[in-house]
Design a binder for this molecule. Structure first.
Ligand code: ATP
Length: 293
């Protein structure tokens, strides 16, 4: 597999009049990876994606997709599937007609029935767009992005408004695309989806990258937490802990050793550790840390 980046962004700036929405953003997306661009509302994710998609001009900086300018639509567009946050389908067309039309525009080859199947829309093939629910419209957006199995798929908040079964089905379809070698760029506010699936993550806030790395690289910057309660009259545990509402909280960069130590003490002292929980840092915590700093 080629190691040339699928997307290269260098010092990208996006402005809306006087407002500086994206500030000197630089990152690369490698072939076959799932890269998640995460951030606060208004951080500049969609603005950045719009430049990558060729829908918006940069104020300055360089963006390359498959080594080309996104403005080179004839070369880039057939290789890229895009699921926008909101797309404008004609309300009078049926689902089948919409998928067929968009499929023709992509210039990729596919079978409309296959695409309806992977998008969970087979039973709605004859329904007009105006009669679809919000979640079904989202599935139609997804269908247009994956038509023809493009090499690069950009998913802008793909699971917003989808029920849990539709989410699972969508991620199943994304997994299959990845098995076939597609590169995925994702934005989402469901951080657990990124935590579970992303190879690398860029965390944006107010137009800038605050962190970039794998989930492990991002989460190991913060301590893990052990929390528990003790029965009345129990001795003081041999750990440095804060107490809220009777519960002990231990922050640690050495989860295994500290947990082993605590469990050993509880065993020796015959103490029951109630409501014991121990877990690594979640992406939510990293996110809160950067947005509150
Ligand atoms: N057409 C526009 N004109 C003026 N300002 C805009 C325009 N589009 C976006 N902005 C502003 O640029 C900033 C970045 O918006 P953008 O949509 O890129 O953020 P985002 O990270 O995708 O946010 P969200 O998570 O809320 O979708 C926001 O402050 C937004 O208000």
């Amino acid at each position: 597999m080629s190691t040339t980046p699928v997307i290269e962004v260098e010092n990208l700036n996006v402005r809306y009049g006087d407002f500086h929405a994206v500030k000197d953003l630089s990152f690369q997306v490698r072939p076959g990876e799932l890269y998640a661009l995460l951030g606060t509302n208004g951080a500049g994710k969609t603005s950045s994606l719009e430049v990558i998609e060729g829908h918006r001009a940069a104020a300055s900086g360089t963006v390359r997709v498959f080594g080309r300018s996104p403005g080179d639509r004839a070369a880039v567009r057939p290789r890229m599937g895009i699921m926008l946050q909101e797309s404008g389908f004609s309300p009078d067309l049926t689902v089948r007609e919409s998928v067929h039309l968009i499929g023709t525009l992509t210039r990729r080859q596919d079978d409309v029935d296959r695409v309806l199947g992977v998008s969970g829309l087979t039973h709605k093939a004859g329904t007009t767009v105006s009669q679809l629910s919000g979640g079904e419209k989202r599935r139609l957006d997804f269908a247009t992005a994956v038509y023809g199995g493009p090499e690069l798929v950009i998913l802008d908040e793909p699971t917003t408004g989808l029920d849990i079964q539709s989410r699972d089905a969508l991620w199943g379809a994304v997994d299959r695309l990845r098995e076939e070698g597609s590169t995925i760029v994702l934005t989402t506010h469901y951080l657990e989806e990124a935590q579970e699936r992303a190879d690398r993550i860029g965390l944006m806030h107010q137009g800038r990258f605050h962190r970039e790395g794998t989930v492990v690289e991002l989460t190991q910057t913060l301590p893990s937490v052990i929390s528990f309660a003790l029965p009345p009259g129990a001795p003081t545990p041999p750990v440095e802990a804060t107490r809220t509402n009777g519960a002990f909280h231990v922050e640690t960069f050495n989860l295994q050793d500290d947990l082993r130590h605590l469990l050993g003490w509880a065993h020796d002292a015959g103490v029951d550790l109630r409501e014991l929980q121990a877990g690594p840092t979640r992406l939510d915590d990293v996110f809160r840390a950067i947005t509150s700093s």
